[in-house]
Design a protein around this ligand. Structure first.
Ligand SMILES: [Zn+2]
Length: 249
């Protein structure tokens, strides 16, 4: 590289300009080195800008449900995204007052197929009923299986069948105990111009993510589901390991 630079400089295209000798190759080399030096910063800036423009409302529609009518917004960075976050806004919700908000991460096994291994389906139903009655929104986040995806979630379940718990199984698969983030939920709140919320949750991570977010946490609404014969140890783990604010049944 050094030889290349030396040869380039010696034999480079030079031109006299107002009695100043300009070596254009030297300028080129400086430009290349400047780019290489700034490359990672440019990449970080690109990511930052991409994140900042990431979520937009791609579509909206009113949907009647068993719990009342909701206006549903699809949030994504692209109209072609087949798995956008879905924001369900209960009819009559006033965004100028503190809004009841549920950050709910996707769980197809619990919500669609009524799996007894978790309480996600029941939590979603109770949250929909609550916001329908009191006003509020559900931010349905596409981070299946604590954000490891449905395939890895089933792999983790297979490990649980061998006696490992939910945390051990995730770690054995090379994932964090909980890979979810709630940055997108905060972004959604900002896009909707919601400034103060009551968070419907038992999860301290969701409460902590609001710190320094610019969104005011007015209060917490607990969302406790009585365990069944299958998910009791899972809910115990949530309380004991993840620190979820749950009663001991
Ligand atoms: Zn679940």
């Amino acid at each position: 590289m050094k030889v290349f630079i030396a040869v380039t400089l010696i034999f480079g295209l030079t031109k006299s300009f107002n009695n100043i000798i300009v070596n254009y190759n030297a300028i080129l080399i400086v430009q290349i080195y400047t780019f290489l030096f700034l490359k990672k910063y440019i990449f970080v800036l690109y990511l930052f800008l991409k994140i900042k423009i990431m979520l937009q409302i791609q579509a909206r529609s009113d949907i009647p449900t068993d719990y009342g009518v909701f206006t549903v917004y699809a949030f994504s960075d692209s109209e072609d995204d087949w798995n956008p976050h879905l924001v369900w806004v209960a009819l009559g919700t006033d965004f100028a007052k503190p809004v009841n908000v549920r950050f709910h991460s996707e769980c197809i096994t619990g919500e669609v197929f009524h799996s007894k291994k978790c309480e996600c389906g029941q939590q979603l139903s109770v949250a929909m009923e609550y916001v329908s009655k009191h006003g509020g929104i559900i931010i349905y986040l596409r981070q299946e299986g604590r954000n490891i995806g449905i395939i890895n979630k089933l792999k983790a379940y297979a490990l649980q069948e061998k006696g490992f718990d939910t945390v051990e199984a995730n770690l054995m698969l090379g994932f964090p105990d909980d890979a979810r983030t709630f940055d997108d939920a905060i972004e959604v709140l900002k896009v909707l111009d919601i400034k103060a919320i009551n968070l419907i949750t038992n999860n301290p991570d969701k409460i902590n993510c609001l710190k320094n977010s610019g969104i005011q946490l007015n209060g917490r609404v607990p969302l406790e589901i009585k365990p069944n014969e299958v998910n009791k140890s899972y809910l115990d783990k949530k309380r004991e390991y993840f620190g979820h604010l749950l009663k001991e049944f």
